[in-house]
Design a protein around this ligand. Structure first.
Ligand code: ADP
Ligand code: MG
Length: 227
């Protein structure tokens, strides 16, 4: 399916609401997206427009009311939960506005964590983590704890952690939203390098017009629809 474009993720006619009766909010109203290997697609939209909601549906974290999400050729919301959990862990990577690194573990252990949880040996996981840390420019920081590193370094470590299991697509929700201009640029450059070098696909929700304009494709979320 879709081999010619090498689609890694497609979402079709997604609808998502919250609450009911007096608290009912219809947030996503027939939105869709297609992302190919190596492609960076940005989603911009005002705060509250539903960017995080849409990413959570695409990332198999939260079910849509209607619509389909395919990762590769797998319709992820139609398979059972254990299969879905496997796809979530092995095919999808996540980067959030806040790094969510575990403070009591070193950067190397943090990056290795998803691999250990997936059943790889500690040694293998730490080795892959070391090479990914080198790839994101942190080869000398693996033994440091998050509190000993800068905000930009922590976010680069979060990027490395998202990549450790070689996901088909990384979903990044305001990945530079908590960084100053210089560090935002470093993290942005890193994502573009990874897209080129590893054919890594990204969907990035962002407020940053600069980042959105740099993306290979930029979509805008308005009234629950992506244009
Ligand atoms: N769990 C929830 N229950 C009810 N409303 C929610 C929930 N999550 C988000 N919302 C509402 O949905 C809208 C979209 O939120 P969100 O997806 O976080 O937007 P964005 O990421 O674009 O800022 C907002 O009005 C928000 O208050
Ligand atoms: Mg959001």
């Amino acid at each position: 399916m879709n081999e010619s474009k090498n689609l890694v993720l497609s979402a079709v006619d997604i609808w998502k609401s919250y609450g009911k009766d007096a608290t009912y909010l219809s947030i996503i109203r027939g939105a869709g997206i297609e992302v190919s290997a190596g492609e960076i697609v940005s989603i911009v939209g005002p705060s509250g427009s539903g960017k995080s909601t849409f990413l959570h549906v695409c990332g198999v974290l939260d079910p849509p009311d209607r619509g389909t999400v395919s990762v590769g050729s797998m319709d992820v919301w139609s398979v059972n939960e254990s299969r879905r959990a496997r796809i979530r862990n092995s095919e999808l990577g996540f980067i959030f506005q806040f790094h969510h690194l575990l403070e009591e573990f070193t950067l190397q252990e943090n990056v290795a964590m998803p691999s250990m949880l997936a059943g790889n040996t500690r040694r293998d996981a730490l080795d892959s983590a070391a090479s990914l840390l080198a790839e994101v420019g942190l080869s000398d920081r693996g033994q440091h704890f998050p509190s000993e590193t800068s905000g930009g370094e922590r976010q680069r470590a979060a990027v490395a952690r998202a990549l450790i299991l070689s996901p088909s697509v990384v979903l990044a929700d305001e990945p530079t939203g908590n960084l100053d201009a210089a560090n935002s640029r470093i993290v942005e450059d890193l994502m573009f390098e990874l897209a080129d070098r590893r054919s890594q696909a990204f969907i990035i929700a962002t407020h940053s017009i600069e980042l959105a304009e740099r993306a290979h494709r930029s979509l805008s979320l308005e009234d629950g629809v992506l244009h």
